[in-house]
Design a binder for this molecule. Structure first.
Ligand SMILES: O=C(O)c1ccccc1NCC(=O)[C@H](O)[C@H](O)COP(=O)(O)O
Length: 224
């Protein structure tokens, strides 16, 4: 990952043949946002679900976000489409991540309105790929995340071997408890459809405050 901030564009990156993408999710504090954006990352995630301890709007600097030349993903949980569109405009979001029970039609409507969609899928003991087929045409990525008590940010991994059976055309990011502790297993991980990784609570000092040292360690171990 050699891109500088100046050479990045705020479009949703396509999967890369040379390395997995990296999304850092759950940011909110302006200085921390700037510090993470200076790292070799592909997407920054901001939580717009008010029940989350990472709920970003009270702390976020909208002008900073709009000017930031990196892909910005807004994370929503069963939010009204009009609110999502308004929020995306205000904060200059590149794409939206739908992390609730949104339907394929919800994804289709937002994608048609010009907002690329990442659809999060909670994975437990099983993965129902047949159900996901209806979403595939309208989603730029799936995000496979561990199902848990909170809508997201649970900090636990699921059995990645469930993804060996993945056979849909939509690429995905792997999420759920990724961090320095399992970075070695991610390095060189080959799974059908895998396009990148999403990190959050395992690289934090506290909710919404990313630990730059932990992120550097993770990046070195996975990509170095
Ligand atoms: O992080 C949250 O607090 C959150 C709350 C509500 C919906 C989604 C949320 N996070 C979305 C993400 O993409 C996380 O990165 C993903 O759940 C993985 O989190 P973690 O297990 O902590 O690495």
């Amino acid at each position: 990952m050699t891109a500088t901030a100046a050479s990045r564009t705020p479009t949703l990156p396509a999967p890369r043949p040379d390395r997995p993408l990296l999304k850092v999710c759950g940011l909110k504090y302006p200085a921390n946002v700037a510090a993470v954006a200076a790292l070799p990352v592909d997407m920054l995630g901001f939580i717009f679900a008010s029940k989350s301890p990472r709920y970003a709007p009270p702390a976020l600097d909208a002008a900073q976000l709009r000017a930031l030349p990196v892909c910005k993903v807004g994370v929503f949980v069963d939010e009204a489409p009009a609110v999502i569109r308004r929020t995306a405009l205000h904060f200059g979001l590149t794409a939206v991540q739908l992390h609730g029970q949104e339907s394929a039609a919800d994804c289709a409507a937002l994608a048609a309105a010009g907002l690329p969609v990442l659809k999060a899928v909670g994975v437990g003991a099983q993965l129902d790929l047949e159900r996901l087929a209806a979403y595939a045409p309208f989603c730029s990525y799936f995000i496979f995340d561990t199902a848990g008590p909170a809508a997201g940010g649970n900090g636990t991994a699921f059995d990645w071997e469930l993804l060996r059976a993945y056979n849909l055309p939509t690429p995905y990011l792997l999420a759920g408890g990724l961090g320095p502790a399992n970075a070695a297993a991610l390095r060189g991980l080959q799974l059908p459809g895998l396009a990148g990784f999403d990190v959050n609570s395992r690289v934090e000092q506290g909710p919404g405050l990313k630990d730059i040292g932990l992120l550097r360690t993770f990046i070195d171990e996975v990509y170095g």
